[in-house]
Design a protein around this ligand. Structure first.
Ligand code: GLU
Length: 325
């Protein structure tokens, strides 16, 4: 394998609190996939949204992942050639991408408020979903002068060439997205000046040479927009590996706000991290029964394509096993 073809994977937590078991499972799978291919692994902190960022989580999330047994070659704490590795420090990259879209004639103002758009989505003629298209552009243009006078600021949207973009996922296969019907004009900068997640993730994955994006399959539907944006910016799309989520014992999606078990709570309680890893591996169908494991023991022969297709399910029994001394 030439060095140019070397796999580079990443994990990109949003530091909105301590990582929960679902975050940990995705990180573990992303790491194991990159390492099994002899690849590099990058840790990027997605602290784009100051009000949602919890300062202690920025370094806390790194400590939690290290406690679990993961490592990375580049990241905010260890540095690396394509840093900085915190999105809050990468403004210049996002501004350059915005300028490139503007130069290419692919950037438009959007004066519609969230309320305007919600109203549109619930109107009887509205198509399913909330794709921003010619109708919204026209409404925005009609409102522009008034809203500018009121001192409001627009958001900015990328406008893509109509056609089809294709995303390749190692587990879910190839999916074609119709740009006009499935993507529409994509917010790249919010009216409050914050960079949109889609812009940052596409710009950073390209600038950091990421070749493999492993993340929760709740982001699969949003992938078309990211591939369209990468194409508009002249970047190759990475190969994707969307993995099933981990559901809590009650069948609900794991969420910090619903009190999902966090790695820092296990650590504080003196839990053996190898038990957490073993239990997570069992929920992914990587081993039949949980047993204490270091992440390293998952690497040999690891293949994303062989993960159980159904969502993982946490349980009282697993929780008890993890906490058994
Ligand atoms: N920061 C995003 C999240 O935590 C990651 C999205 C991605 O992996 O592309 O959901």
């Amino acid at each position: 394998m030439t060095s140019a073809a070397r796999v580079r994977g990443r994990f990109a937590p949003s530091p909105t609190g301590a990582l929960h078991l679902g975050n940990a499972r995705t990180a573990l799978l992303a790491w194991a996939s990159a390492r099994a291919q002899g690849g590099g692994f990058v840790l990027r902190v997605e602290d784009l949204d100051p009000p949602r960022t919890v300062a202690s989580a920025v370094t806390g999330n790194l400590d939690e992942l290290r406690w679990l047994g993961l490592d990375w070659d580049e990241g905010p704490d260890v540095g690396g050639p394509v840093g900085p590795y915190r999105q809050s420090e990468r403004d210049g990259h996002y501004a350059a991408a915005l300028a490139a879209l503007a130069t290419a004639g692919r950037l438009g103002e959007d004066w519609l408020s969230r309320k305007d758009l919600q109203g549109a989505a619930s109107a009887p003629h509205a198509a399913a979903g909330s794709v921003y298209g010619p109708r919204e552009r026209a409404r925005s243009a009609r409102l522009a002068a008034d809203r500018r006078t009121e001192g409001r600021a627009p958001s900015w949207r990328a406008r893509f060439e109509p056609g089809t973009v294709v995303a390749d996922d190692v587990r879910l296969g190839r999916r074609a997205f119709d740009v006009a019907a499935d993507v529409g004009d994509l917010v790249v900068r919010r009216s409050d000046g914050l960079w949109a997640y889609a812009l940052a993730v596409v710009v950073d994955d390209a600038a950091m040479g990421i070749t493999e994006v492993v993340r929760g399959d709740d982001l699969w539907d949003a992938t078309g927009a990211q591939v369209a944006l990468a194409a508009a910016l002249g970047h190759p799309a990475p190969r994707y590996g969307h993995v099933p989520l981990l559901l809590a014992a009650d069948g609900q999606r794991m969420a910090k706000r619903r009190g999902a078990s966090t790695l820092d709570a296990y650590r504080a309680d003196g839990v053996d991290p190898r038990r957490v890893v073993g239990a997570l591996a069992a929920t992914a169908g990587l081993i039949a029964e949980p047993r204490p494991l270091h992440p390293r023991e998952l690497v040999s022969g690891f293949d994303l394509a062989r993960l159980a297709p159904a969502p993982g399910r946490w349980s009282e029994a697993l929780e008890g096993w993890v906490r058994a001394a």
